[in-house]
Design a protein around this ligand. Sequence first.
Ligand code: 5GP
Length: 189
Amino acid sequence: MKGKLIIVSAPSGAGKTSVVKYLLEYQTHLSFSISATSRSKRENEKDKKDYYFLSVEEFKQKIAQNEFLEWEEVYPNQFYGTLKSEVYRIWNEGQHVIFDVDVKGGLNIKQQFGDQALAVFVKPPTIRELEKRLLYRGTETPETLKKRLDKASYELSFADQFDVIVVNEDLKIAQKEMVRVVDDFLRVY
Ligand code: 5GP
């Protein structure tokens, strides 16, 4: 089996994580690429499951050792990156890889893998709706909320560069559309 890659990108709060979780339950041939990050762990998160949580120094060391497929300083001093070893680990298990990465990282991976990868952009219906969802999630301070909304507006301008756009107005519908799009891709290629 030739290993493939499913890239899911979106402004944070667009519902990307829920869509990815649903896909993972439904599509048993997909395994989640655990990213590395230097941001601090949220209460409900586990090291080596949600992320490999690293210090800024550890992260920079891995950059220097060329261990990343891609990495971004998503917010100042908050690094996020995909380790090359993750992709090979998953392919070696006979699975396809699914990534939950930011927009630039997603396009970066797509560029490296071309037709072997499907890049999907999950779009919130509006920025106002995105703000409401982030407030409801309750993980943001007023400062980080503003940072994320500013970044979201910028990220929306990249949507057209993705292979597919899934609008998340109704989560259930978006999840089903995602499954259809991914199934088609895994079947055809
Ligand atoms: P959060 O802090 O909410 O978990 O993630 C913040 C942003 O970083 C999200 O857009 C998420 O998709 C992105 N991100 C997570 N992992 C990676 C990665 O490996 N590379 C890149 N470029 N972005 C990532």
